[in-house]
Design a protein around this ligand. Structure first.
Ligand code: HSE
Length: 311
């Protein structure tokens, strides 16, 4: 493998409406992390370079150290360069890419022999929940759930169907996951929990059968979006505008503030409708058209000599 690795890790959209903390999908939009063993130096270019310096860099090193510590080895110094394409603090999994990149690179460069379950468990411990790190590591749509044992993450990866497009409306402001979680109630009515269990199960069944109408309907949520609406002006209207413009369904992306719409037609119309609805509430946003990514973290082609598999 040598002493260098360039790791690409996809953005992710978590929850997808009803699947709070258990559903996440990889997006065809990547951060690139260049690791070179030698000395601890850090640089970054691209999206939000200034903020990344503090938070993303620290996260990568934390994950790098955690991977070595998990096999009782001391992490060697490593030079890191991040080329960032994923908007930060917008609910698109940028911090998950940093965690996954640090673990993945340590596993490759240090030949640590960590398997998927161990990497996922370490990643979820650092991130606090598995729904972004799982698809960032594995690609596709991932259903993940914390098991009974500490660090146990039960998960299943589903491949993305052909033809599904994603429209992201990405507001100009950031929203931290901590803040977006602080507005959630400690208790919810039993009927709301039942509603979400049904919707999340329907989402997975509709995905498997490619039943587009049901997939969209299955994105309704009663556990987090209604509470987070206070932090994202126009959220309710943006969610409906996407569907009225032809999307199958729409949801707050992760903890927000971005909104994701799933569509098989008219992605530009959907994007314009979402942008106008945000604008009507004084929120500037940019629109990104993308699609689900079948592949999670991987080495860039130029670093693929001696490659033996995905992990
Ligand atoms: N499931 C998490 C949340 C995702 O909604 O808080 C955070 O990116």
């Amino acid at each position: 493998m040598g002493n260098r690795a360039q790791v690409l890790v996809p953005a992710t959209t978590a929850n997808l409406g009803a699947g709070f903390d258990c559903l996440g999908m990889a997006l065809d939009l990547y951060n690139s992390f260049d690791f070179e063993l030698g000395s601890n130096e850090f640089s970054v270019t691209g999206e939000g370079a200034g903020e990344l310096e503090a938070s993303q860099g620290r996260l990568v090193y934390r994950a790098w150290n955690a991977a070595y510590a998990s096999v009782s080895r001391v992490a060697p110094p490593v030079k890191l360069h991040i080329e960032s394409q994923i908007p930060i603090g917008r609910g698109l999994g940028s911090s998950a890419t940093a965690v996954v990149a640090g673990l993945y690179a340590a596993n490759r460069l240090g030949n640590l022999q960590l398997g998927v379950d161990e990497l996922l468990s370490l990643a979820a411990r650092i991130e606090g929940h598995p729904d972004n790190v799982a698809p960032a590591l594995l690609g596709g749509l991932v259903v993940s759930s914390m098991g009974e044992q500490p660090g146990e993450i039960d998960h299943i990866v589903l491949e993305p169907p052909d033809g599904l497009q994603l429209v992201l409306a990405v507001p100009a402001f950031e929203l931290s996951t901590t803040k977006a979680r602080s507005v959630l109630p400690k208790l919810v009515p039993h009927s709301h929990a039942v509603f979400n269990v049904g919707r999340a199960a329907l989402f997975i069944a509709a995905w498997a059968k490619q039943d587009w109408d049901l997939l969209g309907k299955a994105m309704d949520d009663r556990l987090h979006q209604p509470f987070r609406a206070i932090l994202v002006p126009g959220l309710v209207q943006v969610l409906s505008a996407a569907v009225e413009a032809g999307a199958l369904g729409s949801a707050l992306s992760g903890a927000g503030p971005s909104v994701v719409a799933l569509t098989i037609r008219k992605p530009y119309d959907v994007g314009e409708a979402m942008q106008s609805a945000f604008a009507a509430h004084g929120v500037e946003c940019r629109v990104i058209l993308t699609k689900p990514a079948g592949r999670g973290a991987h080495l860039a082609r130029s670093h693929i000599d001696g490659w033996e598999g995905e992990l």
